[in-house]
Ligand binder design. Structure first.
Ligand SMILES: [Zn+2]
Length: 274
């Protein structure tokens, strides 16, 4: 097992051989992966200290970590270039850890350099044998804090100028369907007369549902326009043909163009919304 206690690690490691690095590794992302790989290139065996939940709460906010320490450790331990993982449950006891682990290298990330340099000086004074290494984190992959904000961010609908596009996104964003958050609407003379998302309890797609809704209003479907988030599937395209809708617009390509091909073959206009 790579996840190990301090006592066991002491027995396993040769002094002044290991590379040590600490971190939270909450919502593990590519930035974490690249950073730990770089650490392993500094020297092996690589020992990763994962911060305990109680420490993360204080350091990053009481809504963190999102993933528990055991699971964070499990993910880090699965990396082939990580040799040992420790969960650090006493945040201010890193000196004790350094005394016991006796690493050859201790890696810091270059963010918040002022504090890190101060820590590095303390380590140098007390442990002249330990080499403190500063490594750049790959910020292109962004941090967990940034990713968490992205997830929580609401779409700014006021920035979407086209009212039909705005409505399509709104319906999809608020869809309760667990998979296929797709929306569709039908307009007649520029006015929305039917709208829907993919309703989970129904076996048919949003575009099929709006066609039914518009039909029930008794409008002449030939004069309507159908708007969908993605191109219609083959079944919905058959329905579009059957109901004589002559204009179909979609926002995002999907990769399966069978529906578009069928509609084009029958002279139906299918266009991507710009
Ligand atoms: Zn469909």
């Amino acid at each position: 097992m790579k996840i190990i206690t301090l006592t066991k690690l002491k027995k396993t490691l040769k002094p002044h051989t290991a590379t040590l690095v600490g971190g939270v590794f909450d919502l593990f992302h590519a930035g974490h992966l690249r950073y730990l790989r770089k650490c392993s290139e500094v020297g092996r065996p690589l020992v990763v200290i994962v911060q305990a939940d109680k420490t993360v709460r204080v350091r990053k906010g009481f809504n963190r970590p999102i993933v528990s320490e055991k699971r964070r450790a499990e993910i880090v331990a699965a990396l082939e270039f990580v040799d040992f993982v420790l969960i650090l449950d006493k945040p201010s006891h890193y000196e004790k850890y350094l005394e016991i682990i006796k690493p050859r290298n201790y890696v810091f990330s270059k963010e918040t350099m002022k504090y890190r340099k101060y820590r590095a000086r303390l380590i140098n004074d007390k442990f002249p044998n330990i080499k403190v290494v500063f490594l750049e984190k790959d910020v292109r992959c962004s941090s967990t804090s940034f990713l968490a904000k992205q997830i929580l961010a609401q779409r700014d609908y006021s920035k979407i100028k086209n009212p039909i596009v705005r409505r399509l996104y709104f319906l999809a964003d608020h869809s309760k369907a667990s998979i296929g958050k797709i929306s569709a609407l039908i307009t007649l003379q520029g006015k929305i007369i039917a709208e829907s998302d993919n309703i989970e309890s129904k076996d048919i797609h949003a575009e099929h549902i709006v066609i039914k809704k518009a039909e029930s209003k008794g409008v002449d479907l030939k004069k309507t326009k159908l708007y969908i988030l993605i191109p219609p599937c083959i079944l919905c395209s058959q329905e579009i043909l059957k109901k004589h809708i002559s204009e179909v617009y979609y926002l995002h390509p999907y990769g399966n163009d069978d529906g578009i091909k069928l509609l084009h073959k029958h002279g139906i206009k299918v266009k991507k919304i710009k």
